[in-house]
Design a protein around this ligand. Sequence first.
Ligand SMILES: [Zn+2]
Length: 60
Amino acid sequence: MTNATLRHRVADRLDGEVRQCLECGAPTEEGKPFCLWHVESMPYVAQLQARLERAVESAA
Ligand SMILES: [Zn+2]
């Protein structure tokens, strides 16, 4: 196997990691389980937002 073949195989693998949004089925980038519109459904984003809201409340 040549280096070029290896590179092609890696590229194929990365392409294969594209997923669909769990909410609406739209194709997502970087293998994310949610599209741009539903990325807020991701638990870690919700946690970040909750933390942000608490920080804003305590600063007010
Ligand atoms: Zn979606």
